[in-house]
Design a protein around this ligand. Structure first.
Ligand SMILES: Nc1ncnc2c1ncn2[C@@H]1O[C@H](COP(=O)(O)OP(=O)(O)O)[C@@H](O)[C@H]1O
Ligand SMILES: [Mg+2]
Length: 273
């Protein structure tokens, strides 16, 4: 009996560890009871938020302006820290930015004094990747975002949509497992946004990434995401999660999308008032 106990405990611990590994493999990002406040608690951006981001899925955070979407993305990126609770990436607490997580911001973030090619190479340079590989990867991702013809242009010569594609190529070239997109098309006009959405679908399919997309556009969320998480306003809390399985059907007919949008919009106006 005395001898058996330690060995059972060992099994139990091993079993628990395997369970934890399995869970963090399925949901690489786990947000556990996270509160974030500012100004000594006067502003509560997120209140006791718990959610998971599932592997190889696109998860959309949706909710009105000021409900803490960007805050949560910045916490996941490691650019800020929770006031309470914790966030893990593959079971490890997030202590700062890391190469496993790449973020694309709403505002264009290219270096104006560098060419498009050099802009894409910049992040890889910091990672210490060889010049030859930098060039190869940059060429691959510029092609993917349809900017291979503009490799030698400067950002000032590009439209808003093209600048945002440079930012996406730069982030992807650093090969993060998790791609964090904060309203990446928010400043673009409707036609360009539509083209960018199509491009993001192509990228998600060919590069098999885990993606978190922040948006205020329900249509965009339905079109791009496998799962939508609704936030409440002031402070941000999780209100509802929707999930559907349309894998392999990304190019599904827009009519089907329209029905989903109609149902979701009805739900949203009924629940948010
Ligand atoms: N650095 C900061 N200092 C004070 N308040 C902040 C700061 N960052 C965000 N907030 C506040 O936190 C709340 C959530 O902001 P944010 O995450 O940007 O919302 P969203 O991205 O959903 O529009 C807002 O009330 C905002 O004013
Ligand atoms: Mg925001």
């Amino acid at each position: 009996m005395l001898q058996q106990q330690p060995s059972n405990m060992g099994n139990e611990i091993r079993h628990r560890e395997t369970e934890e590994n399995r869970a963090s493999n399925e949901s690489p990002i786990r947000v556990n009871r996270v509160t974030k406040d500012y100004l000594g608690g006067k502003v509560v951006a997120l209140d006791d938020m718990t959610l998971n981001v599932k592997k190889n899925q696109v998860t959309a955070f949706i909710g009105p302006s000021g409900c803490g979407k960007t805050t949560l993305l910045r916490l996941i990126a490691g650019l800020e820290y929770p006031s309470r609770g914790n966030i893990t990436s593959y079971g490890q607490s997030i202590l700062g930015p890391g190469p496993d997580r790449g973020m694309v911001f709403q505002a264009y973030t290219s270096f104006p004094w560098l060419t498009v090619m050099k802009n894409v190479q910049r992040g890889m340079q910091i990672q210490g990747i060889s010049t030859v590989e930098q060039r190869e990867r940059a060429e691959h991702f510029l092609k993917l975002v349809h900017l291979d013809q503009f490799a030698d242009s400067y950002p000032v010569e590009l439209s808003g949509g093209m600048k945002q594609r440079v930012a996406i190529a730069r982030t992807l070239a650093q090969d993060p497992q998790l791609l964090l997109l904060d309203e990446p098309f928010g400043a673009l006009d409707a036609q360009v946004t539509w083209e960018m959405e199509e491009m993001v679908i192509e990228i998600i399919e060919s590069e098999s990434k885990t993606v978190v997309l922040v948006t205020h556009d329900i249509q965009e969320a339905i079109y791009l995401a496998d799962r939508i998480i609704f936030f409440t306003p002031n402070p941000g809390e999780l209100r509802q999660t929707f999930q559907w399985n349309l894998k392999g059907e990304k190019g599904f007919p827009r009519r089907k999308t329209c029905f989903l949008i109609r149902d979701m919009s009805r739900w949203k106006s009924a629940s948010m008032g």
